[in-house]
Write a protein that binds this ligand. Structure first.
Ligand code: ADP
Length: 498
């Protein structure tokens, strides 16, 4: 048994990767699943499709690497966070489509909370009150789905985030599947108390969620259970890690110590700063969240700046405007002009997340002149990725009094060298990308490997981190000063819109 398997269930696709002891990828397979958009503001996934895709990618990745499940010392799971699944423990069928983190249908439900209740929730969970998190999605399902209500009356309803759905299925489903989650996923529900690391009974009653439908909360790195023969793997393989995707990327970037940070550039952008065992409550629009808990070691917390739309703005240029046909084409299009020609693009499609938290914001393209071209818009889109990241990094500096001097990055957009150079110029700091860019999957593998002593301790893992590319800031770039000031003006035009 010489490898660790890592299941990375993301917003748009699911991947299974196999890592060797040096942390190198030796086998992988990935497949997309459908985005179900029933009406504006609604984003759903079919949980059964996700489970089927999961089984397929595991089987094909193993086959590609010429391995079987028995070659795996353990598997780890990382997942899109906040997305909420409800299913029937007797039939194994989902009772409703999963409600995805980007879904904003529960804004009105949250409007029912009093200011005192909101303050209580924020203090206990470290989160702001937003439809983004799972709590109001669970409440919506309980209030609006007759199927969920019937299953609840029969005592057969189970609810959780995607990790719980997958672990339940992998450990046997209707034949004894276990119902667990980890502290990082639970910290995104608006229901878990940051100090006790358990469901807060007062918050459960505010959202009217019966505790018995929820999973039990475990650490991020321990053996929760073994795979069952019904699934895509042989029976008996330890499932030994669960981490929300951003927290997994922290582990994959070996951000084990207080003060370590990374930014992941995917569908959205997520900057996290490890604050050690200290809970830092934000005054500048960041989230306080669990970073990881490795077995019975003390929990580590993080400050998080989440930006809703970065890579998905590039997808929008591709799918809705059709000015590029592949995401990667944006780099040559944006490089064909020397600057943005005065064009700013604020992709506040579903409101703004950190540090603004304005659900009333809607997107805008400003500064257009007759000379503006699609190349200027492409450049403005890449600058928007970088300016939005500057917004959250500045908030982090204000919060902690510590200014970053370099930043570790990962995710799909980091393949775009122009975007990373713009980021370096806009922040005025060095940007470092590691050799394994799949840090999310790597992090889940690391946490699983630590649980079964495939790796001994975090120090051993830190030695594996290797830099693949560095970007140095051009400190004479006007983007850091005038550009950023104009960006803020453009951003203010998007507020009070919805
Ligand atoms: P996720 O894990 O959130 O699905 P990924 O890390 O796979 O995201 O990154 C995918 C995102 O990155 C997509 O939104 C895509 O538009 C964007 N992307 C991929 N390649 C590039 C590129 N070369 N330049 C800019 N954006 C890119």
């Amino acid at each position: 048994m010489r490898y660790i398997g890592s299941l990375d269930q993301g917003t748009t696709s699911t991947r299974f990767m196999i890592f060797n002891h040096d942390g190198e990828i030796i086998g992988r397979h990935q497949k997309e699943h459908r985005q179900i958009l029933p009406q504006p503001g609604y984003v759903e996934h079919d949980a059964l499709e996700i489970w089927q895709v999961t089984q397929e990618v595991i089987a094909i990745a193993l086959q590609n690497a010429n391995l079987t499940g028995l070659d795996l010392a353990a598997i780890g799971i990382t997942n899109q966070r906040e997305t909420t699944v409800v299913w029937d423990r007797m039939t194994g069928q989902p009772l409703h489509n999963a409600i995805v983190w980007q879904d904003t249908r529960t804004g009105q439900l949250l409007g029912r909370l009093t200011p005192e209740e909101k303050a209580k929730i924020t203090y206990s969970t470290g989160l702001t009150i937003a439809p983004y998190f799972s709590g109001s999605k669970m409440q919506w399902l309980l209030e609006n789905s007759p199927e969920v209500q019937t299953a609840l009356e029969n005592g057969s309803a189970l609810m959780g985030t995607i990790d719980s759905w997958l672990v339940w299925n992998l450990t046997g489903g209707i034949n004894g599947g276990i119902h667990v989650t980890d502290v990082t996923n639970a910290s995104r529900t608006l229901l878990m108390d940051l100090e006790t690391l358990d469901w807060n009974p007062e918050l459960l009653s505010l959202f009217a969620i019966p505790r018995e439908v929820l999973p039990s909360i475990k650490s991020s790195s321990e053996i929760y259970g073994l795979t069952a023969a019904e699934g895509p793997l042989e029976a008996g393989i330890p499932i030994a890690a669960i981490l929300g995707d951003q927290q997994a990327a922290m582990v994959g970037q070996v951000c084990f110590d207080r003060g370590d940070s990374k930014t992941t550039y995917g569908t959205g952008n997520f900057a996290l700063l490890n604050t050690g065992t200290q809970i830092v409550r934000s005054h500048y629009g960041l989230l306080t969240t669990v970073c990881f808990k490795l077995g019975d070691q003390p929990v580590h917390y993080a400050l998080e700046g989440s930006v809703a739309v970065t890579g998905s703005a590039i997808q929008w240029l591709r799918d809705q405007l059709g000015i590029i046909s592949h995401a990667a084409e944006i780099e040559s299009l944006a490089s064909s002009v020397a600057d943005n020609g005065g064009v700013y693009f604020v992709p506040a499609f579903s409101g703004l997340f950190a540090p603004h938290w304005r659900s009333d914001a809607r997107g805008a393209i400003v500064g257009l002149t007759r000379a503006a071209t699609k190349a200027h818009l492409a450049r403005a889109a890449l600058e928007a990725v970088a300016y939005q990241t500057r917004d959250v990094i500045d908030a982090m500096a204000q919060e902690t009094g510590v200014t970053l001097t370099r930043m570790r990055v990962d995710g799909g957009i980091t393949a775009n060298s122009l975007c990373m150079q713009l980021q370096s110029n806009i922040l005025g700091i060095e940007i470092d990308r590691p050799s394994v860019n799949e840090t999310t999957a790597l992090g889940a593998a690391y946490a699983a490997g630590l649980a079964v002593k495939f790796w001994q301790d975090p120090t051993e893992l830190k030695e594996q981190w290797k830099i693949a590319h560095k970007w140095h800031p051009d400190l004479t770039s006007p983007l850091r000063s005038e550009g950023y000031e104009t960006w803020k003006k453009a951003l203010s035009r998007t507020l009070d819109w919805a």
